[in-house]
Ligand binder design. Structure first.
Ligand SMILES: [Zn+2]
Length: 243
């Protein structure tokens, strides 16, 4: 059995395009959005509300897209709290999920974030199924990192990904290799939980919309009942770990 979930970071204006493409294939997802970002623009409040109204989840991503390992813990705490408050006040509902900007975290930051959130996503890749149900580690970055990155990160985080990357290394490119790994995992007797993450601005910058359209089409066509909302994905990890 194979399950999928999708998460998108940074709240750039191209998130609206990502929302439209997700709606086209009825694919749920979460958008992790800071209030401001020194590196690029963030959507206006009305657009964030529009994404939420279309049944996508919105998660916190600090207040100002702060790389939390670079700031004092007191400042990190403020960033975590203010980022959560910003989205909660905008949408009028609880925001239980968080994602570390730049994937930067350490054990102190994990502990502080637990005061405010039920899960925190990282940017480590090549994890499938999670030993730690609070930290959600993604499987594939939807961005051309190159085929070798799947082998190296697989070696670090999942022997199955490592093995399948090597086995299928003759695929034409990174995206093709991901599709082949997914096909192999789906035919295995083990259950796999695949978290795909990325940034709409990156998809725009590197012209990856067609590739994402193809992936959405394939996953929604072959595994229509196996695409989980982010909250359900997090719950499935908790169950899997028996907590
Ligand atoms: Zn980010």
């Amino acid at each position: 059995m194979i399950y999928f979930s999708f998460s998108w970071d940074d709240g750039a204006v191209e998130d609206l395009k990502l929302m439209d493409l997700s709606l086209k294939y009825s694919i749920p997802g979460i958008f992790f959005i800071p209030a401001t970002n020194p590196e690029r623009g963030v959507m206006i409040n009305e657009d964030i509300k529009r994404i939420s109204v279309n049944n996508f989840e919105i998660g916190a991503h600090t207040y100002s897209h702060s790389y939390l390992t670079n700031v004092p813990l007191q400042k990190a705490n403020e960033e975590l709290f203010a980022g959560k408050m910003y989205i909660e006040q905008l949408l009028g509902k609880e925001v239980p999920h968080f994602c570390f900007p730049g994937g930067k975290f350490n054990s102190d930051l994990v502990n502080i974030s637990k005061q405010y959130f039920k899960s925190a996503r990282t940017a480590d890749t090549c994890s499938i199924g999670h030993k730690n149900s609070y930290l959600i580690k993604p499987t594939f970055h939807f961005y051309n990192r190159g085929k070798k990155s799947l082998i190296f990160n697989g070696l670090k985080n999942s022997f199955r990904i490592f093995h399948l990357s090597l086995k299928n290394i003759s695929c034409s490119d990174y995206f093709e290799l991901i599709r082949k790994i997914i096909a192999d995992l789906s035919s295995s007797s083990c259950t796999s939980y695949i978290m795909i993450w990325g940034h709409s601005w990156e998809i725009e910058k590197f012209m990856l919309w067609n590739k994402l359209d193809n992936l959405f089409q394939e996953i929604s066509g072959k595994y229509p009942g196996n695409i989980l909302s982010y909250s359900d994905f997090v719950k499935s990890q908790t169950k899997q770990n028996g907590n």
